[in-house]
Design a protein around this ligand. Structure first.
Ligand SMILES: N[C@@H](CCC(=O)N[C@@H](CS)C(=O)NCC(=O)O)C(=O)O
Length: 221
């Protein structure tokens, strides 16, 4: 049996969704974030040394890192939701599979840290901390995010899904950074294709089923 080590309100929701799309049976082991720090509980370190979610365990095999889990599951399902090797769709699939966690998610995390960091500074330093964080946001995270969101908008103007004409696992990978980007980094402002993509994935029956199994997920409508 596949076991997903699932943290509430997190990118592991994507793994549940993919499992529903592939029709693979699975169990969920749940973990709750610390409400103050938002960090995962120490119990996750017993599953994988990094203590992050998601982690997949399949019959004694432990797989961490969302992209690796997604590739593992696609392979297990006989290559479904992955375009044929050697095609332009496959090259785009590989690109977006990596872009999601390699390029877009780190900028969103940086932006989130800069936005929330000043509030954690001692009271007399909060104003200075905010000025420094705002400067870093405006000089780095915000322009990087704008360039990436504009790029995505232009790409989605040429085809309905990230790899091509067909829905694929690359769309699952791109869901989380676009949901969080829409919720807290202005990704939807003036970017109708990007917003429509998120609306389209939210309407998929497998997505909705995974939400019921996963529990509350703040980034979905
Ligand atoms: N690139 C990794 C990121 C893993 C990650 O940072 N997961 C977050 C969930 S959104 C987490 O576990 N956060 C809690 C913590 O850092 O303690 C992946 O995609 O699996």
């Amino acid at each position: 049996m596949l076991i997903v080590h699932h943290l509430n309100n997190s990118r592991s929701q994507r793994v549940l969704w993919l499992l529903e799309e592939l029709g693979l049976p699975y169990e969920i082991k749940r973990y709750q974030r610390d409400p103050e720090t938002m960090l995962a509980p120490p119990a996750l370190r017993a599953v994988h040394p990094l203590g992050k979610s998601p982690v997949l365990v399949d019959d004694g095999v432990t797989v961490a890192e969302t992209g690796a889990i997604v590739e593992y599951l696609v392979e297990k399902a006989g290559g479904r939701l992955r375009p044929e090797a050697g095609t332009p769709d496959r090259l785009r699939w590989t690109y977006w599979m990596h872009f999601a966690e390699g390029s877009l998610a780190p900028q969103l995390l940086l932006d989130l840290v800069l936005a929330t960091m000043p509030g954690r500074a001692p009271a007399p330093m909060q104003e200075a901390a905010k000025a420094a964080a705002d400067a870093a946001r405006q000089g780095y995270a915000t322009p990087n995010l704008k360039t990436m969101f504009d790029f995505i908008e232009a790409e989605l103007a040429t085809r309905p899904w990230f790899a091509g004409e067909e829905f694929s696992a690359a769309d699952v990978m791109m869901s989380f950074p676009l949901e969080t980007g829409g919720a807290r980094a202005g990704a939807f402002a003036g970017r109708r294709k990007l917003e429509a993509f998120v609306e389209r994935i939210h309407a998929r029956p497998a997505y909705r089923k995974a939400l019921v199994r996963g529990g509350p997920y703040a980034y979905a409508a």
